[in-house]
Design a binder for this molecule. Structure first.
Ligand SMILES: NC(=O)c1ccc[n+]([C@@H]2O[C@H](COP(=O)([O-])OP(=O)(O)OC[C@H]3O[C@@H](n4cnc5c(N)ncnc54)[C@H](OP(=O)(O)O)[C@@H]3O)[C@@H](O)[C@H]2O)c1
Length: 354
């Protein structure tokens, strides 16, 4: 159990029984040209500054946003070489000056890359004590905890958005994703209908086995007609779209008047195709969603409340399936494997502690 090993070593580091090493293994991206620009190197362990913490990493997933970072298509873009990795988990083993950092010393935390420094695919990470780390619930393993931020908080936010505007049914694309599965469980528990869209028959079966009642395959000939009928039947006026390209226009066409499509990713890598007349004459709108800026508009109390609620659901509605746990040294091959096959669980990158 790597989790236990990290716990043990981190406790000894925190108490000063073990020195913090000078060097660490890290995955480095040399240029924004995709997976081939990844390599593994030994580099100095970073030192925390004011209100910063040093985290000994336990695990970090490969997410679609990491793929976008590798290609330079993400919302932040630091000058390479950079360490990728958007989120992860570990233990705080040292802190810089400041009260907030001291609160986290010795604690198990989930970490978020806020786009101001290196990411999580490394043995050690320095991050801000103000928003870069949050404490992990005791019941959650470091492996599951490594996926606490991005998808659980996005699924929770989608429910918040839907409920705030009184929606009873939503449409969701790329619905067999980890996030899609969370959205399905969360919305079902809250009594809201999800009209799921996937692109393969196997994904239709997969979601239905998990209890989804409405799943459409976008590659079928009658997809647009079926989608339109279902949107009207369930009076659905809101869609969350991870695909973009042609899909956004198909959603806009299928939804009734006075509807909105919220684009939260661009998996198709294509520009949005949509009819202007629907936007002008049918009061249909296209909006965007990015978790970081959405959450940063909340005050600290609201963020902590949302975090605690999400942590409570991490073993049920907001649980992620782990497909494989791979050493950091093999990150390049792991990213290639993930690119080949995204549905079916997360690949976690882990430092080796033997
Ligand atoms: N905006 C935000 O703040 C935010 C936050 C969280 C997540 N997200 C987005 O949410 C999506 C799901 O994330 P995740 O971590 O849950 O992903 P995941 O578990 O890795 O799954 C990705 C899913 O996308 C499907 N997919 C890939 N390319 C596609 C395409 N061109 N058309 C249709 N489906 C496609 C895959 O199906 P195949 O197996 O068929 O490839 C797979 O089911 C991602 O796009 C991610 O960027 C956005």
């Amino acid at each position: 159990m790597v989790g236990l090993q990290v716990d043990q070593i981190a406790q000894e580091l925190t108490r000063g029984q073990l020195p913090i090493p000078e060097k660490m293994t890290a995955v480095v991206l040399d240029a924004y040209t995709g997976v081939e620009a990844l390599r593994v190197e030994q580099r100095p362990v970073p030192k925390p500054g004011k209100d910063e913490v040093l985290v000994k990493m336990a695990a970090s997933p490969i997410n679609p946003s990491d793929l976008a970072v590798l290609e330079g298509h993400y919302g932040f873009k630091l000058t390479p070489p950079i360490v990728p990795g958007g989120e992860g988990s570990g233990m705080v083993v040292a802190v810089g000056p400041g009260m907030i950092g001291r609160y986290f010393l010795g604690k198990r935390v989930a970490c978020l890359n806020q786009g101001k420094g290196d990411g999580m695919w490394a043995e050690y990470v320095v991050t801000s004590a103000k928003g870069g780390v949050l404490p992990l619930n005791k019941a959650i393993s470091l492996e599951q905890g490594a996926m606490s931020f991005v998808n659980p908080l996005t699924a929770s936010t989608f429910l918040e958005i839907a409920q705030k505007c009184g929606h009873k049914a939503i449409v969701l694309t790329a619905a067999a994703s980890s996030l899609g599965q969370m959205v399905n469980r969360l919305f079902r528990s809250a009594g809201l209908q999800v009209i799921n869209i996937v692109r393969r028959d196997a994904q239709v079966e997969f979601l239905k086995e998990q209890g989804a009642s409405v799943v459409l395959n976008s590659s079928k000939a009658n997809f647009e007609e079926q989608l339109r009928d279902l949107c009207h039947q369930h009076d659905s006026h809101l869609a969350f779209d991870a695909v973009a390209g042609k899909m956004t226009g198909q959603l806009l066409t299928a939804l009734p008047e006075h509807s909105k499509v919220i684009i939260y990713s661009a998996l198709s890598r294509e520009a949005v195709e949509a009819s202007p007349s629907q936007i002008i004459f049918e009061d249909k709108a296209i909006d965007g969603f990015w978790l970081g800026p959405y959450i940063s508009k909340k005050n600290l109390l609201q963020i902590l409340r949302m975090w605690r609620r999400a942590q409570r659901l991490m073993l049920t509605e907001l649980k992620s399936t782990i497909r494989a746990e791979i050493p950091l040294q093999e990150a390049k091959q792991a990213v290639k494997d993930y690119l080949d096959h995204m549905t079916g669980g997360k690949i976690l990158l882990k430092p080796s502690y033997s």
